[in-house]
Design a protein around this ligand. Structure first.
Ligand code: NAD
Length: 513
């Protein structure tokens, strides 16, 4: 049994500062605004959490605005120093936080710990970045003039996050935003509020130790209503939203209507291409990790494998030997590779998708059952499915957030596989397995993959934080994390300085009077 109270206490969750979140309610209190959080791992009630109202939201934003006035005056490298301390605190709390991620969300412990490691990595990245928020120096066409561009903080950044990466995605945003001089207000998924509260507790101490206002990082626990309020709020110049395409379209529309900025990280429909020249052994490892890891609930999960006809049967046979032996069970137990789906609604969606794709002509080869019996009492454990399908099927075109892998056969050259890979609405992650340079270079060329992420001899999931993360088309076009993704958290200003006693006009315009 998991000692939940002890786990939460280790993370400092006993009471919550009501100004920045709306407070925990420990079991049993009768309040209609309360949401009960059950673990998908064992079905136990972890805690009851009071949901924020729009009034609470307003109070949090006001605190954040006040904190921004302080934070923007702190030099960027000093802001980096605070982020360095946050990274160290996360190192200290890696184990209990990783465990709570695993218990609340259902991903296996290794992935829970990996998620916290990703937070630590982005802190390190942001610390370095805090001395590198560079603009360019430009040459003016006018004599004794100088031009440059610089980047200033934006203000309050709203972060709306999804349940499947309950803490890492927030840290990608919040740590970059912090060194950029912004303050963040985080609305985590209502399915995973406890990990968010744990993060707030961890960083609250760092801010207090440095005599900084807690409003630099705020969390607000609420459902879509709070996300809607944030999207419409002119006090939030940037809304970074991670979740389904359906949600992203609404957020994009609302933020666009007030000409704010949005950073959208939405659904994927990721494929691995296996050409005749693939190292099959290596590719299979990537396919299986990508398809069943996090029980198919990563935005970068492998949904489709596009296999050359000459190796199709072999690949199919090998997969059918691997799948029955995948250890499915409690995500906190040693040796488990596949944990549960987040809740029964997700199980329902998984079963419905399998039914529908079979109606369209899909051939279910394995999996698709809900597990029962000892250890599976929650009804959230399923056997990962493999379906032979065609790319144009309605269900193959959609992202089902569950472990369903579609096998798609192609013939001819790699360009045919690329056409299939690109032939969906989403454009997040993609990969090719081939030892032939002509094929791999074609895949990453301008006529190759149309995704934000295109990997060679690596699967679709498991990105490093050093690269910019995100995708095109229905995935929303946003980029987070590494490379120069920081720029969206700042506003650009062009400065032209005249150090002469003349006032020449640009383009040589004469305006004498
Ligand atoms: P979801 O869209 O149901 O919810 C995501 C968040 O949006 C939640 O916090 C929710 O409260 C909020 N929300 C819902 N409707 C809203 C609205 N109208 N306005 C404002 N906020 C609203 O997604 P989910 O089920 O939590 O997560 C799974 C989805 O997230 C998948 O589609 C997955 O691919 C995607 N995802 C994408 C990335 C990425 O980086 N591209 C990363 C993780 C997850």
């Amino acid at each position: 049994a998991v000692a939940v109270t002890e786990m939460l206490e280790k993370l400092g969750i006993k009471e919550v500062n009501p100004a920045y979140s709306t407070g925990l309610v420990w079991g049993g209190q009768n309040n209609k605004e309360v949401r009960e959080i059950y673990s998908p791992a064992d079905g136990n009630l972890i805690a009851s959490v009071r949901m924020a109202t729009e009034e609470d939201y307003g109070a949090v934003i006001r605190k954040a605005e006040e904190a921004f006035k302080v934070w923007r005056t702190v030099p960027a490298p000093k802001r980096g120093e605070i982020v360095r301390q946050i990274g160290n605190k996360l190192r200290e709390f890696k184990e209990p936080l990783g465990k709570l991620v695993s218990y609340e969300m259902g991903k296996i412990l290794q992935e829970g710990l990996g998620e916290v490691q990703e937070m630590i990595d982005i802190c390190d990245f942001a610390v370095g970045l805090s001395r590198q928020l560079q603009g360019s120096t430009l040459h003016s066409e006018r004599p004794s003039h100088r031009m440059y561009d610089q980047y200033h903080p934006l203000g309050v950044v709203g972060v709306i996050s999804a349940f499947n990466f309950p803490v890492a995605v927030w840290s990608w945003n919040a740590m970059l935003a912090a060194v950029c001089g912004d303050v963040t207000v985080w609305k985590p998924s209502e399915k995973t509020p406890l990990t968010a509260l744990a993060c707030q507790h961890i960083i609250r101490d760092v801010l207090a130790d440095n005599e900084l206002p807690e409003g630099i990082f705020s969390v607000i626990i609420g459902d879509a209503k709070i996300g809607v309020a944030m999207s419409k709020d002119v006090r939030v110049p940037l809304v970074s939203a991670t979740g389904s395409t359906r949600m992203g379209k609404k957020v994009g529309e609302a933020v666009g209507a007030r000409l704010g900025k949005s950073l959208l990280e939405l659904g994927g429909n990721n494929a691995i291409i296996m050409t005749e020249n693939a190292d099959i052994e290596m590719a299979l490892r990537a396919v299986v990790f990508g398809a069943v890891g996090t029980c198919g609930q990563r935005c970068t999960s492998t949904r489709r494998v596009i296999i050359h006809e000459n190796i199709y049967d072999e690949v199919k046979e090998r997969l059918l030997k691997i799948y029955p032996n995948l250890p499915i069970g409690n995500p906190l137990s040693d040796g488990t590779l596949v944990g549960p789906l987040i809740d029964k609604d997700a199980v329902e969606a998984f079963l419905n998708a399998l039914k529908a794709v079979q109606k369209e002509g899909g051939n279910l080869l394995i999996g698709g059952e809900v597990l029962e019996g000892a250890g599976y009492e929650t009804g959230t454990y399923v056997t990962p499915a493999i379906v032979e399908a065609e790319n144009h099927y309605h269900l193959v075109q959609e992202e089902t957030f569950a472990p369903i892998l579609y096998l798609i056969k192609y013939s001819g050259g790699v360009e045919n596989a690329i056409d299939i890979q690109n032939g969906v609405k989403q454009g997040l992650s993609s990969s090719i397995f081939s030892t032939n340079m002509l094929e791999t270079e074609a895949f990453v060329s301008h006529w190759g993959s149309d995704c934000g992420i295109a990997n060679v001899n690596i699967g679709t999931s498991g990105a490093e934080i050093g690269g910019a993360f995100g995708g095109e088309k229905d995935t929303g076009g946003g980029r987070e994390s590494g490379s120069d993704a920081w720029r969206i958290y700042m506003r650009r200003q062009t400065n032209t300085i005249n150090f002469s006693r003349e006032l020449p006009l640009a383009q040589g315009i004469k305006f004498d009077f």
